[in-house]
Write a protein that binds this ligand. Structure first.
Ligand SMILES: Cc1cc2nc3c(=O)[nH]c(=O)nc-3n(C[C@H](O)[C@H](O)[C@H](O)COP(=O)(O)O)c2cc1C
Length: 215
């Protein structure tokens, strides 16, 4: 099989990113960009982000997870703590998040350290989920092989009956992580491949240092 994609070519012309315009705190720039995506392109799931972890096999692995909250402290997503990503984070909490916001011709890359959030916060979010998603979390041994699709559907029926009219408890293997950032790169596509790349790096005194990177 062969398919030549060399004529896939797009000029990025929607914006610019200049050091004189950026805030001292990168979370504020994240928030400004996120607001724009949320306003102009909400149907594109701007809160979908790539999470990269290091596996025990020495390979990095990327997958999409949904950003459910951000604060000055970091970025929160929810998952199964026993999943492949959960095991990888337990062994090495250094992770990378990235957002590709095609509509605005922007990319954000964030290096940081992942840690579990407090149990009561995971409880609070779990309670806010639709019952179907709550049961899904109970049923899925995320990342483990299963015999068939039918196994999941049958377990869903069983648990629907078991929990009818009852509150569904959050399983202790399911909850949130917060990624506390140590480095950001904000990328704005520009014409002629001369893109704007602004980097923020956290120093030991928790001050952010801003630099322009060559495209
Ligand atoms: C749009 C989208 C959103 C997703 N959101 C989540 C999420 O919030 N949490 C999660 O655990 N998996 C989510 N997934 C599934 C993950 O990409 C992945 O398949 C799963 O977490 C298992 O990954 P792992 O085996 O590397 O641990 C999402 C996938 C897509 C495509």
């Amino acid at each position: 099989m062969e398919k030549d994609l060399s004529n896939y070519r797009k000029s990025y012309e929607k914006g610019e990113l200049l050091i004189k315009d950026v805030p001292e705190n990168p979370m504020e720039l994240f928030q400004n960009w996120f607001y724009e995506m949320d306003h102009f392109f909400p149907e594109t799931e701007p809160n979908a982000m790539t999470l990269a972890t290091f596996g025990a096999d020495g390979f990095p692995k990327c997958r999409i997870v949904l950003l459910k909250k951000y604060t000055y402290e970091g970025f929160i997503f929810f998952t199964n703590y026993n999943s492949e990503k959960g095991k990888s984070i337990a062994a090495n909490p250094n992770v990378c998040l990235s957002f590709f916001w095609n509509g605005a011709e922007r990319q954000i890359i964030i290096k940081g350290k992942a840690e579990k959030i407090a149990e009561n916060l995971s409880d609070g979010y779990f309670e806010s989920r639709p019952r179907g998603s709550q049961l899904g979390a109970l049923i899925s041994n995320q990342s483990e092989p299963i015999e068939s699709r039918e196994v999941l559907d049958e377990q869903l029926k069983l648990l629907e009956a078991q929990y009818e009219g009852k509150e569904i408890p959050r399983p202790d293997y399911w909850g949130g992580y917060i990624v506390k950032p140590i480095e950001f790169e904000f990328w704005q596509g520009r014409p002629n491949r001369l893109h704007d790349r602004i980097q923020y790096k956290l120093d030991q005194n928790y001050n952010w240092h801003i630099a322009r990177l060559s495209p």
